[in-house]
Design a protein around this ligand. Structure first.
Ligand SMILES: C[S@@+](CC[C@H](N)C(=O)[O-])C[C@H]1O[C@@H](n2cnc3c(N)ncnc32)[C@H](O)[C@@H]1O
Length: 249
């Protein structure tokens, strides 16, 4: 992962740790936890015995403890069972991220916190697909949908683009599952169940779309090359040289 994403998680944890239990280990779930190319995950932020860390991913691998049978609905995880849920560089790869956010809301304990970090820009990078980019109001919509309390959200501005990983224009949210009466909590969980129901009945899988240009794209590119030849040629050259490099996400 890029350095500024790790730093966001580290600093948010530092700021919000006082809201987490201090009389027992803090239960942490990382969503999209697989480690690639020996890159760090957030696991290092949660040493035992202070924390009990569980990594969840749709693919088995390094740093993955749970691969849910259904990638969108986690029957393996009990309702109200985690204090903190963190996810980075993963929501953009999830075709139905709102279902995952609803599951995060379900598995958090009342008062539990979630930190989601996802890009607001950057090139296509498929793990195994690349579907979305996020803005501050994306989080407001997700929190409204799932009845989570939005505590704070962020978007990496132009001035921050020079920091390591700044090209991804990370967006992030810190949200809390509200403390509710028993009756209200049950109602809220039933509402979440309705929200994800479609994804329980049908396993809706998404495959990579075809990037081979058709006649529309070819005509568009030709027209733009005719209108601004120098600018376009320069941009394509830069893009080609950068696409040879492995993306550090
Ligand atoms: C770009 S990798 C990021 C991995 C790690 N978080 C990091 O920053 O180094 C995205 C990860 O999201 C996982 N993923 C994609 N869709 C997911 C889903 N619906 N639920 C959980 N993980 C998912 C992929 O398998 C992949 O491991």
């Amino acid at each position: 992962m890029h350095e500024s994403s790790f730093e966001k998680a580290r600093i948010f944890l530092e700021q919000y740790k006082s809201e987490m239990p201090s009389d027992r280990p803090i239960k942490v779930l990382e969503v999209g936890s697989k480690s690639y190319h020996d890159q760090d995950t957030y696991r290092g932020l949660f040493p035992s015995p202070e924390y009990i860390y569980t990594g969840l991913d749709i693919e088995a691998g390094n740093n993955v403890d749970i691969v849910p049978a259904n990638p969108f609905i986690w029957d393996e995880i009990a309702t109200s069972s985690f204090d903190f849920c963190v996810s980075g560089q993963t929501f953009e790869h999830n075709p139905y991220f709102w279902v995952t956010f609803a599951e995060i809301s379900r598995v958090l304990l009342p008062g539990g916190l979630t930190l989601i970090i996802a890009p607001g820009a950057g090139p296509v990078h498929r793990y195994p697909v690349d579907c979305w980019r996020f803005y501050p109001d994306s989080w407001a919509a997700l929190c409204t949908l799932t009845e989570m309390e939005l505590v704070e959200c962020y978007f990496e501005t132009d001035e921050m683009s020079a920091i390591p990983g700044g090209k991804w224009r990370d967006s992030c949210v810190l949200a809390r599952k509200p403390h509710l009466s028993e009756i209200e909590l049950e109602r809220s969980h039933k509402r979440l169940e309705k929200l994800v129901a479609l994804f329980r009945d049908e396993h809706v899988r998404v495959v990579q779309s075809n990037l081979t240009p058709g006649k529309g794209i070819k005509a568009y590119r030709a027209e733009m090359a005719r209108k601004s030849p120098l600018t376009l040629r320069k941009k394509i050259k830069t893009r080609l040289s950068s696409s040879d490099r492995i993306h550090s996400f």
